[in-house]
Write a protein that binds this ligand. Structure first.
Ligand code: HAM
Length: 412
């Protein structure tokens, strides 16, 4: 028997209601902030991600699903930002719409070790606002993420923010870390020893106890940041205060992807355990240019849908089925029921029939199992009189209704 691939999930009909609800709430919320949907391919050139996320990023080093075809190397997209920026540049969106505010919903792929809240195929709901370096965009994006938490009925989440500064500030910060940690290299975990050379920022969010202690002793502040970046971050914080968004400034929040500059943020939830990030994002002012586009500032975020579903404090109400179940008794009635079903469906009334109808009792049981609201019975008797027997499955009431009036009767 075939099994689904490790780290993937089947979303079955009984679960799909909550997925559809999350998607609908997202669409409505993005619309309120004037974001438009974009759908990009699931496969991209692998080099797009190497270039954007950075060759030392964990995703690029270890987690990409790669597909080789002749001379080309593709990747199943591990995230959306790089692909959206690629689409923005390739389709000249800077020329057609100036500021592009885009959102996306779809699967992402990372070859991670699966565990609770960590899959190899998971789903992002995210957005990217491309075309401005204004700090109002940073705060809009963070407050939009905060709004989504509210509309998804997620409570007890925590927003952490930080500023990495511009590219030059980041380089100075990397330099500071390398200098400060040089004498402590032997106390760092094996992975951080490698990081110290290639990706020292990631040492700041290492989970190893020793590394955390060493990081704690470093005096991390904004001393490596230029005046402009400090002011930018101040404005972001002021805006968030104005918008009543609660947050904590976390100087060790660095994010694992190379493209971030200035504001970064993460939304965590304690019930998620070790994989506690519900969503994350930030500003990436150099990526559009880096990928061959104009010099445009941008910011965005993405939530992991599977993780949101794990922590929702309230699940959407599942409406009882409005299904109409047609039970034909006999060959003649079956022909008649074909027409009736067709008429119901043309009116968009969800309806079905018992294809294997062997007895009225069995068919009624099936109608009950399906949660049908109405049952329509057509037998020889009903055919003779030109009526249908209509049974209300909630009240148990039963009556004969003429064939012409049946749709009107069900609709009211
Ligand atoms: P990220 O932090 O890599 O950011 O992913 C965003 C969210 O996706 C995470 O916070 C988590 O909820 C979810 N996630 C990540 N990996 C997995 C996994 N293996 N299984 C389940 N859920 C997962 C980004 O991808 C950036 N592109 C976000 C962004 C958009 N930054 C700017 N714009």
């Amino acid at each position: 028997m075939f099994k689904r691939v490790l780290g993937t999930k089947d979303i079955l009909p009984q679960e799909i209601v909550e997925w559809q609800k999350i998607e609908q709430l997202s669409r409505d919320t993005f619309k309120a902030y004037n974001y438009q949907e974009v759908r990009t391919p699931i496969i991209e050139d692998a080099s797009l991600f190497n270039r954007s996320l950075g060759s030392s990023a964990e995703i690029v080093q270890r987690q990409m699903f790669l597909l080789k075809r002749e001379r080309d190397l593709y990747a199943l997209r591990p995230e959306g930002t790089a692909a959206i920026v690629r689409a923005y540049i390739e389709n000249n969106l800077d020329k057609t719409s100036g500021m592009a505010k885009l959102y996306y919903i779809g699967p992402m792929f990372r070859a991670e070790r699966p565990q609770k809240g960590r899959l190899r195929q998971f789903h992002h709901i995210g957005c990217e606002a491309i075309g401005s370096v204004n700090s109002d965009i940073d705060s809009e994006v963070i407050s939009l993420a905060n709004r989504l938490m509210q509309v998804f009925s997620v409570t007890d989440y925590h927003i952490k923010i930080n500023s990495l500064g511009c590219q030059k500030d980041k380089e100075d910060f990397v330099d500071f870390l390398q200098r400060s940690l040089k004498s402590k290299v032997n106390k760092l975990c094996e992975e951080c020893r490698v990081r110290l050379k290639h990706n020292p920022l990631r040492i700041l969010d290492c989970k190893d106890d020793n590394c955390r202690e060493i990081v704690k002793q470093l005096e991390i502040g904004d001393s490596c940041q230029c005046q402009e970046c400090k002011e930018h971050f101040s404005k972001v914080k002021n805006n968030l205060d104005t918008l009543d968004v609660s947050y904590e400034v976390s100087p060790t929040l660095v994010r694992g992807l190379d493209y971030y500059t200035r504001t970064v943020f993460e939304i965590t939830h304690k019930d998620l355990g070790s994989q506690d990030a519900l969503g994350a994002g930030g500003r990436y002012d150099n990526l559009v240019k880096e990928l061959g586009g104009p010099d445009m500032g941008a910011a965005g975020f993405a939530f992991g849908v599977e993780r949101i579903l794990l922590v929702q404090s309230q699940k959407p109400e599942v409406k009882s089925q409005e299904l109409v179940y047609v039970i034909p008794l006999g060959e003649e009635a079956r022909k008649n029921s074909l027409r009736l079903l067709n008429d119901l469906r043309q009116e968009n009334i969800p309806s079905d029939t018992d294809y294997e109808c062997k007895s009225l009792k069995g068919a009624m049981r099936k109608a009950n199992d399906l949660g049908a609201k109405h049952v329509l019975i057509i037998g020889d008797d009903e055919l003779g009189k030109g009526v249908v027997t209509l049974k209300d499955m909630v009240s148990g009431e039963q009556k004969e209704v003429s064939q012409e009036d049946i749709i009107k009767e069900i609709k009211c």
